[in-house]
Design a protein around this ligand. Structure first.
Ligand code: FES
Length: 74
């Protein structure tokens, strides 16, 4: 996965079908459980409280912070 690549794109390239809609971090359709790692949340769906202790991630637009590996429940 490239550092500038959204998770949804990488997952699709791996052949996994994931539901999505806006693909801009606006609708929450691609909400996925985040099991580990530090994410760069770029969506407008999560609240500030959810971002402080994130258990979910919008994989259409968000990605791992530099040097991090994310573990997702897909
Ligand atoms: S598809 Fe809408 S937030 Fe990801």
């Amino acid at each position: 996965m490239a550092s500038d690549q959204a998770i949804l794109e990488a997952v699709r390239e791996a052949g996994v079908k994931i539901e999505s809609s806006c693909e801009n971090g606006l609708c929450g359709c691609c909400r996925t459980r985040l099991l580990g790692g530090v994410a760069d949340h770029r969506d407008l769906v999560l609240t500030d409280a959810e971002r402080a202790s994130p258990e979910e991630i919008m994989i259409c637009i968000s990605r791992a912070k530099a040097g991090e590996v994310l573990v997702l429940d897909i």
